[in-house]
Design a protein. Structure first.
Length: 90
């Protein structure tokens, strides 16, 4: 979904570096795969074709943070109104 993104934090020898992979167009998603010492984060089309891929050594990855896209609000989904405070009686 457009707006889905994954933030990857990697140990870079005494400092940390951060990368982001984001679904940039409608119908694309971000997939995470790991195995054999490698973490792979890919932006994938509906058909499963990877558009861009980031690979990291799993021993260096400190965090993978997934940020799902927010859903659009519908008119029926309005939050309930908070009650107004009552005026103090004198």
């Amino acid at each position: 979904m457009v707006g889905d993104r994954v933030e990857i934090v990697v140990d870079a020898g005494g400092a940390t570096r951060t990368w982001e992979v984001e679904a940039t167009k409608a119908g694309r998603r971000v997939d995470i795969a790991h195995g054999r010492g490698v973490v792979e984060v890919s932006e994938v089309t509906r058909g499963g074709t990877p558009v861009r891929t980031a690979r990291f050594m799993s021993s260096r990855v400190l965090a993978l943070v997934e940020h799902p896209a927010g859903q659009a609000r519908l008119a029926d989904d309005e939050p309930p109104a908070l009650p107004l405070p009552r005026p103090a009686s004198v």
